[in-house]
Design a protein around this ligand. Structure first.
Ligand SMILES: Cc1cc2nc3c(=O)[nH]c(=O)nc-3n(C[C@H](O)[C@H](O)[C@H](O)COP(=O)(O)O)c2cc1C
Length: 446
């Protein structure tokens, strides 16, 4: 029987790399993440390696802004707008999927529907939307508010926004446009559908002014892992990006989310779970360990503390001794799931504040794995066969060397084990991920 295949995403938002000290690496790319040539080269490298998708995270505010001195030591604090960037990358790639985060908290659903439908047309069926609920609390200040929207309200808004967006994507039947010169008809009127959505938060008449897209609908990704995050993911997502650290915890999350699908009339193969991994690969274990140590040693203590504060929901840790225990941490209105993960980790392993930031700050909350190609492949294969993951979102610790190392050393090892493709299966992102093209809700099959 053919082995289950890993799905792989390539995260390219942080142009110098995922590790918080990556920009200090001697070979790190510069230019504050705005050089399209750097992105184009990375996208083409990832496509040649047959990654399923490129992923761009996003925020609508500058990150790590609570302290200017600390902020000035972290890269990147500036980002290109991801849909614009992915549209440019669509023109220099042909097969790799193009996924971006866009928040439902500070965007209107009509805008979101338009952005991603456009990208799906521009890329001939390679678009995916990571539906996020704004982890950066400062976004509120850029959108007429003096406080961030509460966690549960953000999820309610996400649910209704998604319903509107997906409804708008079905505005036109696949075969609505006929351009029939004989009958003088551009489209068949009965193949156009007004949404007429009137909900608690949104009132949207429609239709969307974009035809149904090559994939029918762009792929839906979800990234929250708290209770409402899992529920939204089980109901709507086709991929969940998550940040799991231990395999047991990954298996629990996987089983929990997949077990919720049935109540929404869905089957486990309709949702792929892809945790993040920050792989540090060397030709030998020692080489990898040296790379890891060098990166870790470059973390400025203020930066480590700030990154830890951020993943814990913005708590100020500056008045506590670095070599003392983590104090009581209140509820977070940002990442509930990651706050819980790290507080539990510190308590269980008796970690000091410094040890905790060294563990989690470098990779901004994701799991770092260092070793030779066999070690990294072992880790990925183990999660795959034990049903803790369907694939991984690869966050290279520093660019471009670490991504090149992953491509040159780990991908051939995954292929040797028969768990990663040698060629794309299809042309659209859905085809490559093994996800069906959704019929329109108005079609007989729908
Ligand atoms: C892997 C991953 C990627 C995320 N990417 C973004 C992002 O690009 N922009 C954003 O505002 N939030 C992002 N988030 C945050 C989520 O949308 C969500 O707000 C956060 O995880 C809090 O929800 P939770 O408590 O359910 O986890 C991401 C979360 C995860 C786990």
């Amino acid at each position: 029987m053919a082995k289950r295949q890993l799905k792989l995403g390539c995260v390219i938002s942080n142009v110098t790399g995922m590790h918080i000290a990556s920009w200090l690496h001697p070979h790190a790319e510069r230019f504050a993440g705005i050089d399209i040539k750097v992105f184009a080269r990375t996208a083409q490298r990832a496509e040649a390696a047959k990654f399923d998708l490129l992923f761009l995270a996003d925020q609508l505010a500058v990150a790590y802004s609570s302290n200017l001195d600390t902020m000035s030591r972290i890269s990147p604090s500036v980002l290109l707008e991801p849909l614009t960037l992915l549209s440019a990358l669509a023109m220099v790639t042909e097969r790799v999927g193009l996924v971006a985060s866009a928040t439902t908290t500070y965007n209107e659903p009509y805008h979101l529907a338009r952005f991603f439908a456009s990208l799906d047309h521009i890329s001939a069926g390679r678009a995916g939307w990571n539906v996020v609920t704004s982890v950066n609390q400062d976004e509120a200040f850029n959108f007429h508010r003096d406080a961030h929207v509460a966690h549960s309200d953000r999820y309610e808004r996400a649910r209704e926004a998604l319903e509107v967006v997906q409804g708008l994507w079905d505005s036109w039947d696949d075969d609505a446009f006929v351009y029939d010169k004989g009958k003088a008809r551009v489209f068949e009127p009965e193949k156009l559908h007004y949404l007429n959505h009137k909900g608690p938060l949104f009132s949207v008449k429609g239709p969307l002014n974009i035809p149904r897209t090559p994939q029918g609908q762009p792929v839906i990704i979800q990234s929250g892992s708290s209770e409402p995050g899992m529920e939204l993911g089980a109901e709507t997502a086709e991929i969940i990006f998550t940040a799991q650290h231990q395999m047991e915890e990954g298996k629990r999350f996987y089983a929990e989310v997949k077990s919720r699908l049935a109540k929404f009339g869905r089957t486990p193969d309709q949702l792929l779970i892809m945790p993040g991994i920050v792989p540090i690969v060397g030709r030998t274990k020692q080489e990898a360990k040296d790379q890891y140590d060098r990166l870790q040693e470059s973390i400025h203590p203020d930066v480590g503390l700030e990154a830890l504060s951020t993943v814990l929901g913005g708590v100020d840790l500056r008045n506590y001794p670095l070599d003392g225990p983590l104090p009581e941490i209140g509820e977070s209105n940002a990442y509930k799931s990651r706050r819980d993960l790290f507080v539990n980790m510190a308590r269980k392993e008796n970690l000091t504040i410094r040890q905790l930031y060294q563990r989690v700050a470098g990779a901004r909350g994701h799991r770092t794995v260092w070793g030779d190609a066999g070690d990294i492949a072992d880790y990925m294969e183990e999660w795959l066969v034990n049903e803790a993951a369907d694939g991984f979102n690869v966050l290279s610790p520093y660019m471009p060397d670490a991504l090149d190392g992953f491509i040159e050393l780990v991908i051939p090892e995954l292929r040797r084990r028969g768990i990663f493709r040698t060629e794309y299966e299809g042309k659209t992102l859905r085809e490559n991920l093994g996800l069906k093209r959704p019929p329109s809700r108005y079609s007989k099959a729908g």
